[in-house]
Design a binder for this molecule. Structure first.
Ligand code: PBG
Length: 339
């Protein structure tokens, strides 16, 4: 393949030729849209650091879910903001908890959506950590795992389609799988946040979910950003414990992990394009420093190209709309780029 016999630019000449040899494609089916559900009536609180994202009470949540489905997105991921937090995270596994109610409301009103429940304790703990804090200030792994399994089970009883543990305790996939199987929920898949880093890019989410740790940080359970072998090991462990899908989080600063885990496990893989990644593009676009649509589509394509099967992203609604544009133009007899 030498110049001048091979001239790569020949196949870049027109949009039709470029489309013909394009290797990676996005589709709304691979998107998961995160939703934040809050107690109360008629609440729609904008999250300041995440323009376009709201804390929604059940009535607004159902409307939003309908909107999401109408755009061709098939999956939502639920996070809950309870009215009371305590040191046992009792809101997480309360059958009348905010997520349990949201699961029932969405399954009843928008049954075509796959409802994924994020299983974690931080939003429900008064101290904001993802597990039970002992007197010495340490997060107790095995006690926390019991509560996580209880939470996953209560989501399943409420009718959730998939559970997604995001806490990073050791052994939680085994515990959740056995709790679900024991109660007849052997068909509920587990999407494990297997490879989740202690990242600074979660900042805006913690405003949305009202879940910042009140002391210390999450470095004793979330991973060190410097490690890649360990990220692969975490994914393999979770697969062996029974995870149906593994995950890399955040996405863009960790594309190497997406590539590596996909190529070494050949297992279904999700990537979480997190709140900070979203906020950066939104802020730059609001200042006129970046073309939002082009930047978002390039970022999502990169995540897919690296090897992700599924992308959890706050851009999902916009991206689904943008993906539908060429089809609408073609239907109207107009070519997107004129040739
Ligand atoms: C809960 C959880 C977090 C995110 C997803 N689940 C926050 C955290 O671990 O601190 C972050 C998502 C995002 O930033 O968009 N443990």
């Amino acid at each position: 393949m030498y110049y001048p016999q091979y001239r790569p630019r020949r196949m870049r000449k027109t949009d039709n030729l470029r489309a013909m040899i394009r290797e990676t494609h996005l589709h709304p089916h691979i998107f998961v849209y995160p939703l934040f559900v809050i107690h109360g009536e008629d609440v729609r609180n904008p999250v300041k650091s995440m323009p376009g994202v709201f804390q929604l009470s059940i009535n607004h949540l159902v409307e939003e879910a309908k909107d999401v489905a109408s755009l061709g997105i098939r999956n939502v991921l639920l996070f809950g903001i309870p009215d009371v937090k305590d040191e046992a995270a009792s809101g997480a596994y309360d059958p009348e908890g905010v997520v349990q109610m949201a699961i029932r409301a969405i399954k009843e009103n928008v049954p075509q959506l796959t409802v994924i429940g994020d299983v974690c304790l931080c939003e429900y703990m008064s101290h904001g950590h993802c597990g039970i804090v002992r007197e010495d200030g340490c997060v107790d792994n095995d006690l926390s795992v019991e509560l996580l399994a209880k939470t996953a089970l209560s989501y399943a009883e409420a009718g959730v389609d998939v559970v997604a543990p995001s806490d990073m305790m050791d052994g939680r996939i085994t515990a959740i799988r056995s709790a679900l199987d024991h109660e007849g929920h052997q068909d509920v898949p587990i999407f494990s946040y297997s490879t989740k880093y202690a990242s600074s890019f979660y900042g805006p989410f913690r405003e949305a979910a009202e879940s910042p740790p009140q002391f210390g940080d999450r470095k004793s359970y979330q991973m060190d950003p410097a490690n890649t072998d360990e990220g692969l090991r975490e994914a393999i462990m979770d697969i062996e414990e029974g995870a149906d899908m593994v995950m890399v989080k955040p996405a863009l600063p960790y594309l190497d992990l997406i590539y590596r885990i996909k190529s070494e496990t050949r297992f279904p893989l999700a990537a979480y394009n997190v709140s900070g990644e979203y906020a950066m593009i939104k802020a730059a676009a609001a200042n006129g420093w970046i073309d939002e649509k082009a930047a978002v589509m390039e970022a999502l394509l990169s995540i897919k190209r690296a090897g992700a099967d599924m992308i959890i992203t706050y851009h999902a609604k916009d991206a689904a709309r943008w993906l539908a544009e060429p089809m609408r133009m073609a239907a109207a007899g107009r070519h997107p780029e004129g040739r």
